[in-house]
Design a protein around this ligand. Structure first.
Ligand SMILES: Cc1cc2nc3c(=O)[nH]c(=O)nc-3n(C[C@H](O)[C@H](O)[C@H](O)COP(=O)(O)OP(=O)(O)OC[C@H]3O[C@@H](n4cnc5c(N)ncnc54)[C@H](O)[C@@H]3O)c2cc1C
Ligand code: SF4
Length: 559
């Protein structure tokens, strides 16, 4: 476009930014999509997608040298040789912690849509009404009915497989046929059906993996290697789903290597005029202009950008007038649950590698149940038959030992809870001007911790699943509670919440910044509470809804 002027600018090309680009271009807007990282070409750049462990220098694992280079990434499973290229380099983009926060990021075209676990669940009115009911934080400005058509809209295009269960706390999506439970999971589910008054259920996990082809995308081949990129386009990512749709309109301009570091603001019109970006390759600073800006850089990065956009009108950043910008950081807490052995299936083995397992929808603090904590949790798990790896820790040698390991081992079943973290004003991010990244920008400082509510919930998360397993027929059941630090759920939410009142929230019911209504923030930053469901499907629906509103408002000349 002439003089870098567009109808709309979208910042970030991950799950939320991809949806913003698709919806806005399909509605006829000329859209500039700015991505801070490199290009990742669909299929051709999935260089490890078909590699076996022996094709990697270190069999796909991690090395001592990598651990020295990646002190933050090494805190969890993301640090491994297989897709290291898609994780942020700790030394280029550092962050600081008043209290520990494990922040796992992907700065490249597609963002974490390439690496995500694809579990996709709708929120319900139990979630949208939760803050109002419990009298904490602020009320969501929307209800399930506002989002329901937009969930359906994004699900049809993204492709979500799952089973219709008719549960009020976990509304059904528009599903592709479910990936079935395996024989042991099915048996566990049927044994469980008669226990706990039917309230605790094992159902197939709902994931964004295709079981039926969509245009340009083949069904899943059951390889369970999604985090390496899918050559079939069988899981939802920006590259497989939203970007091709946006490109097909002819209305999209995509620029990679553009670090957007300021939203430019006109104090007279009280509107953003566009964004300022640093070209990470040339070092040049470029101003881009547009009538609307969609901020989709992922929760904490979107807030970083708002905070960076301080003016004398808003010295703490665009959207800071309520004093809530940067506050109410949330995640989901996990690494707690139980596992056991299932006997009686020695004549059965697994065929193929299903990218998903089972899900146990929330049942705590619902339907008359009352605990000494607020909210609840769901479980994600699977049953599988042990392979030769079970012998790695054994002190065995010799032919007999080797022959035994060639035979399949016992069936194990296990799960981890995903618990809701409450919005808490004291859990926050801020700019640390004392530390800069590779490009000279101040970094994010995290100051957040688990609260009493979450710690109390974790006891149920472990004990309940042991009860579930025993009712399901498992033997030798053990609970576990491994250490959890906020961030490790990789579901950062909050820091620019939606609300009904500009005095206590950053965004209105349409994801518009109260202080600059032509700026929309539609990623996890907008979340008013977290629910216990994996959140990305909700970002997709909120983004599509906000894009529809933005275009309608543009037509009415309101922006
Ligand atoms: C291993 C893993 C498993 C997960 N499993 C699940 C799951 O099962 N279900 C689920 O719902 N969620 C899951 N998630 C979380 C999910 O990936 C995120 O919720 C989702 O990707 C967020 O979408 P987003 O668009 O907000 O951010 P991202 O996908 O992170 O994309 C943000 C994009 O913005 C770019 N960007 C950042 N700053 C700037 C800037 N200043 N200028 C320009 N561009 C910028 C980034 O480079 C990136 O491309 C998982 C995440 C990981 C890593
Ligand atoms: S498991 Fe399915 S979706 Fe995942 S990479 Fe393989 S074919 Fe693609």
């Amino acid at each position: 476009m002439n003089n870098n002027v567009y109808d709309a600018i979208v910042v970030g090309s991950g799950i939320s930014g991809g949806w913003a680009a698709k919806e806005l271009t399909e509605k006829g807007l000329k859209v500039l999509l700015l991505e801070r990282g490199k290009n990742v070409e669909h299929v051709t750049d999935y260089k490890n997608a078909t590699k076996a462990p022996w094709d990697y220098p270190h069999r796909g694992g991690r090395t001592w040298a990598q651990e020295q280079l990646y002190p933050k990434l090494k805190r969890d499973y993301p640090l491994n040789e297989k897709n290291l290229d898609w994780w942020v380099k700790d030394w280029e983009s550092p962050y600081t912690e008043s209290r520990r926060f494990d922040w796992f990021r992907g700065y490249h075209l597609g963002g974490r849509s390439l690496m995500w676990g694809r579990h996709s669940y709708r929120l319900s009115d139990y979630d949208f009404e939760a803050n109002a009911r419990d009298g904490i934080a602020v009320d969501w400005p929307i209800r399930y009915a506002d989002l329901e058509p937009w969930y359906a809209h994004v699900e049809k295009h993204a492709g979500i497989q799952g089973s219709y269960e008719n549960l009020p706390q976990l509304p059904d999506s528009v599903f592709q046929p479910a990936m079935p439970l395996n024989c042991v999971e099915e048996k566990a589910a049927s044994n469980l059906a008669g226990a706990f008054g039917g309230k605790r259920k094992i159902i197939p996990a709902r994931t964004a993996n295709l079981t039926q082809a969509l245009p340009g995308r083949a069904p899943c081949q059951f390889r369970n290697a999604c985090w390496l990129g899918c050559p079939y386009g069988a899981y939802f990512s920006t590259q497989s789903s939203t970007l091709p749709a946006a490109v097909a309109t002819g209305n999209l301009t995509l620029l990679t290597w553009q670090i957007v570091n300021e939203i430019t603001y006109d104090r007279d019109t009280k509107r953003a005029t566009g964004v300022r970006a640093l070209d990470a390759v040339t070092g040049e600073t470029i101003d881009f202009k547009a009538r609307i800006v969609f901020v989709c850089a992922s929760a904490v990065n979107s807030t970083w950008l708002l905070m960076r956009s301080a003016t004398d009108v808003w010295p703490d950043g665009l959207g800071s007038s309520s004093g809530e910008l940067g506050h109410n950081l949330m995640d989901h807490h996990l690494r707690v649950g139980a596992s056991g052995r299932m006997d009686g299936f020695d004549d059965k083995d697994l065929f193929g590698r299903r990218p998903g397992g089972f899900y146990v929808p929330r049942y705590r603090n619902l339907f008359g149940d009352k605990r000494d904590y607020l909210r609840g949790f769901g479980y994600q798990g699977s049953a599988s038959r042990q392979g030769w790896q079970r012998g790695i820790r054994e002190l065995g040698v010799g032919a007999e030992f080797k022959d035994a390991l060639v035979q399949p081992g016992e069936w194990r079943i296990g799960s981890s809870g995903f618990g809701e973290i409450l919005p808490d004003h004291s859990n926050r991010v801020s700019l640390n001007h004392g530390v800069v990244d590779k490009w000279g920008f101040p970094v994010i400082n995290f100051d957040a911790a688990m609260g009493e509510n979450e710690l109390a919930m974790r006891k149920d998360m472990a004990n309940d699943f042991a009860e579930i397993l025993e009712a399901a027929g498992a033997k030798d059941v053990h609970t576990y509670d491994n250490e959890f630090h906020p961030g490790a759920g990789i579901h950062e939410m909050g820091t620019a919440r939606m609300g009904r009142d500009p005095k206590s929230s950053v965004l209105n019911e349409w994801n518009q910044v109260w202080d600059a209504p032509n700026v929309f923030v539609t990623d996890g930053a907008c979340m008013t509470s977290a629910g216990c469901q994996n959140p990305s499907l909700t970002y997709m629906a909120l983004t599509a809804r906000a894009a529809d509103h933005a275009v309608a408002e543009l037509k009415r000349n309101n922006l």
